[in-house]
Design a protein around this ligand. Sequence first.
Ligand SMILES: *Cc1c(COP(=O)(O)O)cnc(C)c1O
Length: 395
Amino acid sequence: MHNYLTPNFNFAPMFPEHGQGSRVWDKNGQEYIDLAGGIAVNALGHCHPILIEALTAQAHKLWHISNIYTTQPAQELAQRLVKDTFAEQVFFCNSGAEANEAAFKLARKYARDHFAGTDKHEIIACVNGFHGRTLFTVSVGGQSKYSDDFAPLPGGIRHIPFNDVATLDAAVNDKTCAVVIEPIQGESGVLPANAEFLQAARKACDRHQALLIFDEVQTGMGRTGKLFAHQYYDVQPDIVSSAKALGCGIPIGAMLTTAKVGSSFTPGSHGSTFGGNPLACAVGCAAFDIINTPETMQNVLLQGEKLQAGLQELGTAMGVFSLVRGQGLLLGCVMSDEYKGRAAQLMQLALQHGVLVLVAGQNVLRLAPSLLLTDADLQAGLQRLKAAITAFVHN
Ligand SMILES: *Cc1c(COP(=O)(O)O)cnc(C)c1O
């Protein structure tokens, strides 16, 4: 088939046509177990009946009305996000990059509002961090391969090694307006932050009156077994970004913050045409009410443990993984020395054997399945992955 899209994606050699729960079928009727979840987006699997109901009910009422008005679905979703978090206010947008863009712009504006004339503008971020693909977010992201080609880049950004408390302490100063951290570095290898690093970041921000931003675009909305991953640690952020699973497949992003910080987003200072549109927010509300329950969180922890154990067993038995890490249902299998840098090849073989997985960098096979993953799908997924690994090691 001719591809009419720009060549910035390497499309897989199959054409997905429909899905149900953790299964996907291509246009030839071939079935796949989905352990990728649309890159941690399809948190409730495909075509969840309650989400279909929410989407169609709202589709009969109001799709879009512009941000000249607020709507009940937007207020209801914001209220849910505020109720169980540190936050008091929410800004809605359409993606993770936009949620981070809003966070970084708000941090700059907050510093300008409260510390005028002090040149307090620097953003401290982590090497190998990922925050999206807009020019500001690739610049804050710590992977130069995503930003170098688009120079000149925005300034006032400094990168420190992830989990390095001493460098963090030395880097944060009175010129710092914000520190941004992913509680688990997702794109670059499913690498969890240490509690000490997150706590040190809070303290350094407090010492220098900087804002602490957690990018929870991938780790949020139940992915790790809590609503947000930072809730495992005794650390209160000033801003959290969310997207991916927030709409379970409908594009929506959110920036959560306190009333004090949020007040710097004065009328007209930032905006979005589609952000908070009633269709996306109605689906977000329905998704939230399923995700944010003890039953779903319990399933994430239980299935996460089983999946991690199963992958560890496979990895050890076949010598392909040196380590399986992550939290809840965000897992990364680190390729062993013998197969170093070949995660993408294993992902392709997995596809051939009927299971969808992801990579995170060249050396980590990443899994981010539905939070409602069943035993049957988990076992079938592992079985197919085993077949793929067998083919991989005999290759
Ligand atoms: C995916 C991701 C983003 C970017 O989200 P988009 O919706 O693709 O813009 C930002 N931060 C993290 C941690 C992510 O995983």
